[in-house]
Design a protein around this ligand. Structure first.
Ligand SMILES: O=C(O)c1cc(=O)[nH]c(=O)n1[C@@H]1O[C@H](COP(=O)(O)O)[C@@H](O)[C@H]1O
Length: 232
């Protein structure tokens, strides 16, 4: 089964059972799902297999960041599990990203490969503390250009940067944007946020949404409310 929806629901759950329980309340024709670090560390590839079995396309969000050979191997391992999308940190540099791209091509693997630019939880002062003096938007532009030159299919960025990246990198370069907060939800620990509708208008190609759906009493009703916001 595949979905044309731009919605990717983050299954940030502490166990395989909890993740599948949540997935069973969602519809694989109306969203994709994201498996992140906590869930994958606890449940391993079983969770990916179980989600595929239920018809979901999976974004395996492990944000690889290591030397080129190690990342290329990890990306290959992810793609061989048949995931729809996998990501690395653009901060790992050109050679790391090129090695990952080359490895997928060598093995004929078609998984989308994208790079994280600046995390949506970070603002100017957080960047300064790690030695980056540019504003988040400028750093995102720099890393997006590098990611495109290094053969990535797109980036993870905040929706606040989507419009600029659409100008710089074009429509076909994927802009996967977390930090999405529908009008009914709290910001939580996210900093650079936007509503689903604003994000799509700005040029995001995919919206990553976690807590506003996963913590809702009725996750499918929350997803429907987001769909409504998108068409309103
Ligand atoms: O790569 C990601 O998915 C990601 C990158 C980023 O910059 N910010 C970010 O929040 N994420 C992920 O997107 C999801 C957002 O979840 P909520 O804040 O609950 O909507 C989490 O799973 C994060 O790990």
């Amino acid at each position: 089964m595949s979905s044309d929806s731009p919605l990717i629901i983050a299954l940030d759950q502490p166990s395989l059972d909890a993740a599948l329980c949540l997935a069973d309340r969602l519809d694989p024709t109306r969203c994709r799902v994201k498996v992140g670090k906590e869930l994958f560390t606890r449940s391993g590839p079983d969770v990916v297999e179980a989600l595929h079995g239920r018809g979901f396309q999976v974004f395996l969000d492990l944000k690889f960041h290591d030397i080129p050979n190690t990342v290329a191997g990890a990306v290959q391992a992810a793609a061989e599990q048949g995931v729809w999308m996998v990501n690395v940190h653009a901060g790992g540099g050109r050679r790391m990203m090129e090695a990952a791209r080359e490895r997928l091509e060598r093995h004929g693997l078609t998984t989308h490969l994208i790079a994280v630019t600046v995390l949506t939880s970070m603002e100017t002062t957080d960047l300064q503390e790690v030695g980056v003096t540019q504003a988040p938007g400028e750093q995102v532009e720099r890393l997006a250009r590098l990611a495109m030159d290094s053969g990535m299919d797109g980036v993870v960025c905040s929706a606040q940067e989507s419009a600029r990246l659409r100008e710089l990198c074009g429509d076909r370069f994927l802009k996967v944007t977390p930090g999405i907060r529908p009008s009914f939800a709290a910001a939580d620990d996210q900093r650079r946020i936007m509503t689903p509708r604003e994000a799509m208008a700005a040029g995001s190609t995919h919206l990553v949404i976690g807590r506003p759906v996963t913590r809702a009493k009725d996750p499918m009703a929350a997803l429907e409310a987001i769909e409504q916001e998108l068409v309103a």
